[in-house]
Design a protein around this ligand. Structure first.
Ligand code: FES
Length: 141
């Protein structure tokens, strides 16, 4: 192989490598990974009275985070806290009364529906029951 061909080969390989390095995160952004299943079906998320109105709490639901929200109206709702885009953990934003994913500014309403941003689907809603002095969250049917 001539020296000129060898240098062209190295330069071309570097360009292809650089292109693939930029392409991979773009593809992961467009096609999010599948979420793993939660290993439990019911957990105690909080004690009754633990959450003030218009506040939230992140709790463990198996190996995934869940978010428990006490709305301004005093309704207690729960969702998977795993964003449906690239699996970041969402937070409750008190001033806008919505659920925000800080990674790429994905936003969900209090029904778990996507309002804006890149998430492709709503948050998974959980059932909430008050059992004695505990708030119990379970997977919906
Ligand atoms: S991970 Fe991208 S918006 Fe949530």
């Amino acid at each position: 192989m001539k020296r000129r061909n060898f240098i062209n080969f190295l330069f071309g390989g570097g360009l292809v490598g650089t292109f693939l390095t930029f392409l991979y995160p773009v593809i992961r952004y467009i096609i999010p990974p599948k979420q793993s299943q939660v290993g439990v079906s019911q957990v105690t998320a909080a004690k009754v009275g633990e959450l003030a109105p218009n506040s939230s709490k992140i709790f463990k639901f198996g190996n995934s985070p869940g978010i428990l929200i006490n709305t301004k109206n005093g309704e207690i709702i729960a969702f998977s806290a795993v964003c449906t885009h690239l699996t970041c953990t969402v937070i409750y934003e008190e001033d806008t009364e919505s659920i925000l994913c800080p990674c790429h500014n994905g936003r969900f309403d209090l029904g778990g529906n996507v309002i804006s941003g890149p998430p492709p689907s709503p948050l998974e809603a959980y059932n909430v029951e008050i059992l004695g002095d505990e708030i119990v969250v379970s997977i919906g049917v």
